[in-house]
Design a protein around this ligand. Structure first.
Ligand SMILES: [Zn+2]
Length: 215
């Protein structure tokens, strides 16, 4: 883990880094970020990102001056601390911010229900009739079908970005998407909304799994 000191970070960056560390610890405690997996980011007003460092244990994330949360350019190049390293999946965060102008936070979790459902759902998970759909931005009734797309997993991030891109081109991922056998990406207008989306979707996926097991 990176222990390099930060170079006098601006207040907005410090605030977001501390908030990301707290969200990481909370989601880890729920079992959604096991074994250093997942990555979390928030976008600053200038378009740059606060993003978790590669390999950081999300259960013990610390804010500045630790190197657990890095400052990167909008394209994902590390600005501070010098020598910091982001996850290869940073490219997926960059892609989401680029194609979802309202997104200010992206949370990638390896949550159990999302991971299992992504393996059996086919090209999308349809969620219908659940009250908690209303926790997703823009949905005001249970009488709604929310489709969460599933893309195949790849280790080559540019290839994976290529598989995800049509979702943005066609406007098919308003809140997030699943990667098959891997986990969930969800975002929001701020960190609180992104976290609400992760919690709501994981709850809905869990309900959907249990419902399917009864059929
Ligand atoms: Zn992942």
């Amino acid at each position: 883990m990176n222990q390099v000191a930060w170079t006098t970070p601006p207040t907005e960056l410090q605030t977001l880094a501390r908030a990301l560390a707290e969200v990481g610890r909370t989601l880890h405690a729920r079992g959604w970020l096991p074994a250093t997996s997942g990555n979390l980011s928030a976008r600053l007003a200038d378009g740059s990102m606060a993003i978790t460092a590669s390999g950081a244990d999300k259960g013990s994330l610390r804010g500045p001056p630790s190197g657990d949360v890095l400052h990167s350019s909008p394209g994902g190049e590390v600005l501070s601390p010098v020598g910091g390293r982001t996850s290869a999946e940073t490219l997926l965060h960059v892609q989401i911010y680029r194609h979802t102008p309202g997104a200010r936070a992206v949370l990638h979790v390896h949550s159990p229900a999302a991971t299992v459902l992504s393996r059996i759902a086919g090209p999308a998970v349809s969620l219908e009739g659940y009250e908690l759909l209303k926790a997703l931005a823009g949905i005001s009734t249970h009488d709604h079908v929310a489709r969460v797309p599933v893309v195949p997993n790849r280790q080559d991030m540019r290839e994976l970005c290529g598989l995800v891109q049509p979702l943005f081109d066609r406007g098919e991922a308003p809140h997030g998407y699943l990667i098959e056998g891997h986990g969930m990406y969800a975002w929001g207008r701020d960190l609180a909304e992104a976290r609400r989306h992760v919690e709501a979707l994981e709850f809905l996926f869990e309900c959907e799994l249990r419902h399917r097991s009864l059929r």
